[in-house]
Design a protein around this ligand. Structure first.
Ligand code: ZN
Length: 356
Protein backbone atom coordinates (compact mmCIF):
# COMPACT_ATOMS: atom_id res chain seq x y z
CA UNK A 1 0.00 0.00 0.00
CA UNK A 2 1.05 3.58 -0.59
CA UNK A 3 0.33 4.77 2.97
CA UNK A 4 3.86 4.24 4.18
CA UNK A 5 6.31 6.89 5.39
CA UNK A 6 7.17 8.30 2.91
CA UNK A 7 3.93 8.00 0.95
CA UNK A 8 4.53 6.25 -2.39
CA UNK A 9 3.20 9.04 -4.60
CA UNK A 10 6.06 9.38 -7.14
CA UNK A 11 7.61 6.88 -9.54
CA UNK A 12 11.14 6.67 -8.06
CA UNK A 13 9.77 5.57 -4.67
CA UNK A 14 7.78 2.74 -6.26
CA UNK A 15 10.87 1.70 -8.28
CA UNK A 16 12.95 1.64 -5.09
CA UNK A 17 10.45 -0.58 -3.23
CA UNK A 18 10.18 -2.97 -6.18
CA UNK A 19 13.97 -3.16 -6.56
CA UNK A 20 14.35 -3.98 -2.86
CA UNK A 21 11.63 -6.62 -3.19
CA UNK A 22 13.31 -8.22 -6.21
CA UNK A 23 16.53 -8.53 -4.23
CA UNK A 24 15.25 -9.55 -0.80
CA UNK A 25 11.60 -10.64 -0.71
CA UNK A 26 10.68 -14.33 -0.49
CA UNK A 27 7.25 -13.69 -2.01
CA UNK A 28 6.16 -11.48 -4.89
CA UNK A 29 5.68 -7.90 -3.79
CA UNK A 30 3.52 -5.52 -5.76
CA UNK A 31 3.34 -1.80 -5.08
CA UNK A 32 0.16 0.26 -4.95
CA UNK A 33 0.64 3.94 -5.74
CA UNK A 34 -1.12 6.81 -3.97
CA UNK A 35 -4.09 8.43 -5.72
CA UNK A 36 -3.38 11.87 -4.24
CA UNK A 37 -0.10 13.51 -3.32
CA UNK A 38 0.73 12.77 0.32
CA UNK A 39 -2.71 11.06 0.59
CA UNK A 40 -4.04 14.55 1.22
CA UNK A 41 -6.95 14.13 -1.19
CA UNK A 42 -6.14 17.34 -3.08
CA UNK A 43 -3.62 17.24 -5.96
CA UNK A 44 -3.21 13.95 -7.83
CA UNK A 45 -0.08 11.86 -7.26
CA UNK A 46 2.21 11.22 -10.27
CA UNK A 47 -0.14 8.52 -11.55
CA UNK A 48 1.37 7.81 -14.96
CA UNK A 49 4.94 7.98 -13.63
CA UNK A 50 3.87 5.42 -10.99
CA UNK A 51 2.35 3.20 -13.71
CA UNK A 52 5.68 3.35 -15.60
CA UNK A 53 7.53 2.41 -12.40
CA UNK A 54 5.35 -0.69 -12.03
CA UNK A 55 2.53 0.31 -9.64
CA UNK A 56 -0.24 -2.25 -10.17
CA UNK A 57 -3.08 -0.17 -8.69
CA UNK A 58 -3.79 3.07 -6.84
CA UNK A 59 -5.18 3.74 -3.38
CA UNK A 60 -5.25 6.39 -0.68
CA UNK A 61 -5.73 3.46 1.75
CA UNK A 62 -6.37 4.64 5.28
CA UNK A 63 -8.80 7.30 4.10
CA UNK A 64 -11.56 7.98 1.59
CA UNK A 65 -11.10 10.17 -1.45
CA UNK A 66 -13.40 12.83 -0.09
CA UNK A 67 -13.24 15.16 -3.09
CA UNK A 68 -15.25 13.59 -5.92
CA UNK A 69 -13.39 15.66 -8.49
CA UNK A 70 -10.07 14.10 -7.42
CA UNK A 71 -11.56 10.63 -7.95
CA UNK A 72 -13.02 11.59 -11.33
CA UNK A 73 -9.69 13.00 -12.53
CA UNK A 74 -7.81 9.95 -11.32
CA UNK A 75 -10.26 7.69 -13.20
CA UNK A 76 -9.75 9.78 -16.33
CA UNK A 77 -5.96 9.57 -16.07
CA UNK A 78 -5.99 5.83 -15.47
CA UNK A 79 -8.37 4.75 -18.23
CA UNK A 80 -6.47 2.71 -20.74
CA UNK A 81 -3.77 1.75 -18.21
CA UNK A 82 -5.69 -1.26 -16.86
CA UNK A 83 -4.82 -0.13 -13.30
CA UNK A 84 -7.77 -0.01 -10.89
CA UNK A 85 -8.33 2.44 -8.04
CA UNK A 86 -8.73 0.64 -4.71
CA UNK A 87 -11.14 2.34 -2.31
CA UNK A 88 -10.83 2.61 1.46
CA UNK A 89 -14.29 3.93 2.28
CA UNK A 90 -14.61 5.98 5.42
CA UNK A 91 -16.70 9.13 5.79
CA UNK A 92 -14.47 11.28 8.00
CA UNK A 93 -17.40 12.93 9.78
CA UNK A 94 -19.39 9.77 10.46
CA UNK A 95 -16.31 7.90 11.70
CA UNK A 96 -14.75 10.63 13.86
CA UNK A 97 -13.64 9.25 17.25
CA UNK A 98 -15.47 5.95 16.56
CA UNK A 99 -13.76 2.82 17.88
CA UNK A 100 -16.27 0.07 16.97
CA UNK A 101 -19.44 -0.59 14.93
CA UNK A 102 -22.34 1.65 15.91
CA UNK A 103 -25.13 -0.64 17.01
CA UNK A 104 -26.55 -2.49 20.00
CA UNK A 105 -23.12 -3.49 21.29
CA UNK A 106 -21.56 -0.01 21.12
CA UNK A 107 -24.62 1.28 23.02
CA UNK A 108 -24.29 -1.44 25.66
CA UNK A 109 -20.52 -0.98 26.02
CA UNK A 110 -20.78 2.82 26.00
CA UNK A 111 -18.26 3.23 23.19
CA UNK A 112 -18.39 5.67 20.32
CA UNK A 113 -19.49 3.87 17.14
CA UNK A 114 -18.93 4.10 13.40
CA UNK A 115 -22.22 3.50 11.54
CA UNK A 116 -22.38 1.38 8.38
CA UNK A 117 -23.27 4.55 6.49
CA UNK A 118 -19.67 5.72 7.01
CA UNK A 119 -18.79 3.06 4.41
CA UNK A 120 -21.89 2.78 2.21
CA UNK A 121 -22.28 6.57 1.94
CA UNK A 122 -18.92 7.20 0.23
CA UNK A 123 -19.35 3.97 -1.79
CA UNK A 124 -22.61 5.26 -3.24
CA UNK A 125 -20.93 8.54 -4.26
CA UNK A 126 -17.87 6.79 -5.72
CA UNK A 127 -20.04 4.41 -7.78
CA UNK A 128 -21.87 7.42 -9.21
CA UNK A 129 -18.53 9.02 -10.15
CA UNK A 130 -17.49 5.73 -11.77
CA UNK A 131 -20.75 5.54 -13.67
CA UNK A 132 -20.09 9.06 -14.99
CA UNK A 133 -16.46 8.29 -15.92
CA UNK A 134 -17.60 5.15 -17.75
CA UNK A 135 -20.26 7.08 -19.67
CA UNK A 136 -17.58 9.54 -20.84
CA UNK A 137 -15.49 6.69 -22.22
CA UNK A 138 -18.53 5.04 -23.80
CA UNK A 139 -19.42 8.34 -25.51
CA UNK A 140 -16.02 8.19 -27.22
CA UNK A 141 -16.95 4.78 -28.59
CA UNK A 142 -14.31 3.08 -26.40
CA UNK A 143 -14.62 0.20 -23.94
CA UNK A 144 -11.37 1.05 -22.16
CA UNK A 145 -13.22 1.70 -18.91
CA UNK A 146 -11.54 2.77 -15.68
CA UNK A 147 -12.11 0.35 -12.77
CA UNK A 148 -12.80 0.58 -9.06
CA UNK A 149 -12.08 -2.09 -6.45
CA UNK A 150 -13.59 -1.82 -2.97
CA UNK A 151 -11.26 -2.77 -0.13
CA UNK A 152 -12.38 -4.52 3.09
CA UNK A 153 -16.17 -4.35 2.63
CA UNK A 154 -17.79 -4.62 6.06
CA UNK A 155 -21.46 -3.60 5.79
CA UNK A 156 -24.57 -5.21 4.31
CA UNK A 157 -25.57 -1.79 2.92
CA UNK A 158 -22.34 -1.74 0.87
CA UNK A 159 -23.04 -5.24 -0.46
CA UNK A 160 -26.45 -4.09 -1.71
CA UNK A 161 -24.80 -1.20 -3.59
CA UNK A 162 -22.19 -3.55 -5.09
CA UNK A 163 -24.86 -5.99 -6.30
CA UNK A 164 -26.76 -3.13 -7.92
CA UNK A 165 -23.61 -1.74 -9.59
CA UNK A 166 -22.61 -5.16 -10.92
CA UNK A 167 -26.11 -5.76 -12.27
CA UNK A 168 -25.73 -2.50 -14.19
CA UNK A 169 -22.42 -3.79 -15.56
CA UNK A 170 -20.22 -1.18 -13.86
CA UNK A 171 -16.52 -2.15 -13.75
CA UNK A 172 -16.26 -2.63 -9.98
CA UNK A 173 -14.86 -5.48 -7.88
CA UNK A 174 -14.66 -5.99 -4.11
CA UNK A 175 -12.92 -7.90 -1.34
CA UNK A 176 -13.78 -8.93 2.22
CA UNK A 177 -11.40 -9.84 5.04
CA UNK A 178 -11.40 -13.06 7.09
CA UNK A 179 -12.20 -11.08 10.25
CA UNK A 180 -15.27 -9.41 8.75
CA UNK A 181 -16.40 -12.77 7.31
CA UNK A 182 -16.01 -14.60 10.64
CA UNK A 183 -16.24 -12.21 13.62
CA UNK A 184 -18.81 -9.64 14.81
CA UNK A 185 -19.03 -6.59 17.07
CA UNK A 186 -20.28 -8.75 19.94
CA UNK A 187 -16.69 -9.94 20.39
CA UNK A 188 -15.63 -6.42 21.37
CA UNK A 189 -17.28 -7.03 24.77
CA UNK A 190 -13.99 -8.62 25.88
CA UNK A 191 -12.17 -5.32 25.10
CA UNK A 192 -9.40 -7.17 23.27
CA UNK A 193 -7.46 -4.44 21.40
CA UNK A 194 -6.69 -6.99 18.64
CA UNK A 195 -10.39 -6.76 17.71
CA UNK A 196 -10.12 -3.02 17.12
CA UNK A 197 -10.17 -2.95 13.35
CA UNK A 198 -10.97 -0.36 10.70
CA UNK A 199 -13.61 -0.71 9.29
CA UNK A 200 -14.95 -2.19 12.53
CA UNK A 201 -16.32 -5.70 13.04
CA UNK A 202 -20.02 -5.28 12.33
CA UNK A 203 -23.27 -7.06 13.21
CA UNK A 204 -24.17 -10.70 12.57
CA UNK A 205 -26.60 -9.53 9.84
CA UNK A 206 -23.74 -7.71 8.09
CA UNK A 207 -21.47 -10.74 8.42
CA UNK A 208 -24.06 -13.10 6.92
CA UNK A 209 -24.53 -10.73 3.98
CA UNK A 210 -20.76 -10.70 3.34
CA UNK A 211 -20.62 -14.50 3.38
CA UNK A 212 -23.54 -14.77 0.94
CA UNK A 213 -21.93 -12.15 -1.32
CA UNK A 214 -18.61 -14.00 -1.30
CA UNK A 215 -20.37 -17.28 -2.16
CA UNK A 216 -22.33 -15.77 -5.06
CA UNK A 217 -19.51 -13.53 -6.36
CA UNK A 218 -20.84 -10.04 -5.54
CA UNK A 219 -17.68 -9.96 -3.41
CA UNK A 220 -14.93 -11.18 -5.70
CA UNK A 221 -12.14 -12.15 -3.37
CA UNK A 222 -10.67 -12.40 0.12
CA UNK A 223 -7.92 -10.01 1.22
CA UNK A 224 -6.47 -9.97 4.71
CA UNK A 225 -5.89 -6.23 5.35
CA UNK A 226 -2.90 -7.55 7.32
CA UNK A 227 -1.92 -4.78 9.76
CA UNK A 228 0.92 -5.63 12.13
CA UNK A 229 1.42 -3.59 15.29
CA UNK A 230 4.17 -3.91 17.88
CA UNK A 231 2.92 -5.54 21.13
CA UNK A 232 3.46 -2.35 23.16
CA UNK A 233 1.18 -0.42 20.78
CA UNK A 234 -1.74 -2.80 21.38
CA UNK A 235 -1.15 -3.35 25.13
CA UNK A 236 -3.27 -0.33 26.00
CA UNK A 237 -7.01 0.16 26.70
CA UNK A 238 -9.28 -0.63 23.72
CA UNK A 239 -10.18 3.00 23.03
CA UNK A 240 -6.50 4.05 22.83
CA UNK A 241 -5.20 1.13 20.75
CA UNK A 242 -4.37 1.66 17.05
CA UNK A 243 -6.67 0.05 14.45
CA UNK A 244 -5.69 -3.14 12.66
CA UNK A 245 -5.01 -6.86 13.04
CA UNK A 246 -2.82 -9.52 11.46
CA UNK A 247 -4.41 -11.75 8.87
CA UNK A 248 -1.97 -13.57 6.62
CA UNK A 249 -1.04 -16.60 8.70
CA UNK A 250 -4.57 -17.56 9.76
CA UNK A 251 -6.57 -16.59 6.64
CA UNK A 252 -7.04 -19.95 4.96
CA UNK A 253 -7.45 -22.24 8.00
CA UNK A 254 -9.80 -19.75 9.75
CA UNK A 255 -12.07 -19.41 6.69
CA UNK A 256 -11.91 -23.13 5.95
CA UNK A 257 -13.02 -23.97 9.51
CA UNK A 258 -15.53 -21.14 9.78
CA UNK A 259 -17.19 -21.17 6.36
CA UNK A 260 -16.32 -24.31 4.37
CA UNK A 261 -16.63 -26.88 7.17
CA UNK A 262 -20.22 -25.86 8.11
CA UNK A 263 -21.18 -25.68 4.41
CA UNK A 264 -21.59 -21.90 3.93
CA UNK A 265 -18.96 -21.79 1.16
CA UNK A 266 -17.49 -24.45 -1.12
CA UNK A 267 -13.80 -25.26 -0.83
CA UNK A 268 -13.43 -24.51 -4.55
CA UNK A 269 -14.89 -21.01 -4.10
CA UNK A 270 -12.68 -20.28 -1.09
CA UNK A 271 -9.56 -21.31 -3.01
CA UNK A 272 -10.65 -19.26 -6.03
CA UNK A 273 -11.35 -16.24 -3.81
CA UNK A 274 -7.83 -16.47 -2.36
CA UNK A 275 -5.86 -17.12 -5.56
CA UNK A 276 -7.30 -16.29 -9.00
CA UNK A 277 -9.91 -13.92 -7.48
CA UNK A 278 -7.46 -11.26 -6.24
CA UNK A 279 -5.49 -11.50 -9.52
CA UNK A 280 -8.67 -10.83 -11.47
CA UNK A 281 -9.45 -7.76 -9.33
CA UNK A 282 -5.97 -6.35 -9.95
CA UNK A 283 -5.76 -7.32 -13.62
CA UNK A 284 -2.89 -9.75 -12.98
CA UNK A 285 -2.47 -13.15 -14.59
CA UNK A 286 -3.97 -15.87 -12.40
CA UNK A 287 -1.61 -18.58 -11.12
CA UNK A 288 -2.01 -21.97 -12.74
CA UNK A 289 -0.47 -25.43 -12.64
CA UNK A 290 1.06 -26.36 -15.97
CA UNK A 291 3.99 -28.47 -17.08
CA UNK A 292 7.00 -26.23 -17.66
CA UNK A 293 5.47 -23.19 -15.90
CA UNK A 294 7.07 -21.82 -12.69
CA UNK A 295 5.65 -23.58 -9.61
CA UNK A 296 3.36 -21.24 -7.69
CA UNK A 297 1.21 -23.13 -5.22
CA UNK A 298 0.47 -24.07 -1.63
CA UNK A 299 0.23 -27.59 -0.32
CA UNK A 300 -2.42 -27.85 2.39
CA UNK A 301 -3.34 -30.63 4.82
CA UNK A 302 -7.12 -30.08 4.77
CA UNK A 303 -7.76 -32.44 7.69
CA UNK A 304 -5.57 -30.89 10.34
CA UNK A 305 -7.66 -28.95 12.85
CA UNK A 306 -6.21 -26.95 15.76
CA UNK A 307 -6.60 -23.86 17.93
CA UNK A 308 -4.50 -20.84 16.91
CA UNK A 309 -1.79 -19.71 19.30
CA UNK A 310 1.01 -17.20 18.88
CA UNK A 311 3.13 -20.15 17.63
CA UNK A 312 1.11 -19.90 14.40
CA UNK A 313 2.37 -16.35 13.77
CA UNK A 314 5.58 -15.85 11.81
CA UNK A 315 6.08 -12.08 11.88
CA UNK A 316 7.28 -9.86 14.70
CA UNK A 317 3.74 -8.89 15.71
CA UNK A 318 1.15 -10.82 17.73
CA UNK A 319 -1.99 -8.75 17.16
CA UNK A 320 -4.17 -11.49 15.65
CA UNK A 321 -7.94 -11.43 16.12
CA UNK A 322 -7.96 -15.23 15.79
CA UNK A 323 -5.82 -16.38 18.74
CA UNK A 324 -7.95 -18.98 20.56
CA UNK A 325 -10.11 -19.62 17.46
CA UNK A 326 -10.05 -22.92 15.61
CA UNK A 327 -8.53 -23.40 12.18
CA UNK A 328 -8.65 -26.31 9.74
CA UNK A 329 -6.21 -26.85 6.89
CA UNK A 330 -2.52 -26.50 7.69
CA UNK A 331 -0.38 -24.92 4.95
CA UNK A 332 2.50 -27.39 4.67
CA UNK A 333 4.44 -25.92 1.79
CA UNK A 334 4.44 -22.71 -0.24
CA UNK A 335 6.23 -22.60 -3.58
CA UNK A 336 6.89 -19.21 -5.19
CA UNK A 337 8.33 -19.15 -8.68
CA UNK A 338 9.70 -22.67 -8.28
CA UNK A 339 11.34 -22.10 -4.86
CA UNK A 340 10.19 -23.46 -1.48
CA UNK A 341 9.40 -20.36 0.57
CA UNK A 342 7.52 -21.79 3.54
CA UNK A 343 7.90 -25.32 4.81
CA UNK A 344 6.02 -26.59 7.88
CA UNK A 345 8.18 -28.36 10.48
CA UNK A 346 6.90 -31.89 9.89
CA UNK A 347 7.34 -31.55 6.10
CA UNK A 348 10.88 -30.27 6.55
CA UNK A 349 11.75 -33.42 8.51
CA UNK A 350 10.30 -35.59 5.74
CA UNK A 351 12.15 -33.65 3.05
CA UNK A 352 15.42 -34.01 4.91
CA UNK A 353 14.78 -37.77 5.04
CA UNK A 354 14.20 -37.81 1.27
CA UNK A 355 17.41 -35.88 0.55
CA UNK A 356 19.44 -38.27 2.67
ZN1 ZN B 1 -7.97 0.40 4.39
Amino acid sequence: MANTDPVVDVGPLASWVLDEARQHAVVRVAQVGAVSRGLRGEALAELLELVEAGAIAFSDDGRSIDNGDVLLHALRYLRGTGRPILLHLQDPGLSVDGVMHEGAWSARLGMRGVPSAAESGPLSRDLEVLRYAVSEVAALGSTDFPRLHVQHVSAAASVRLLREAKTLGLPVTAEATPHHLLLTDERVKDFDPNLKINPPLRSEADRLELVAALAEGAIDCVATDHAPHAPHEKEVPFEEAPFGALGLETAFPALNAGLVEPGHLTLERLIEAMSAGPCRCLGLQAPHLRVGAPADFCLVDLDESWVFTSADLFGKSRNSAFLGERGRGRVLLTMVDGAMRHVAGRVREELEGVQE
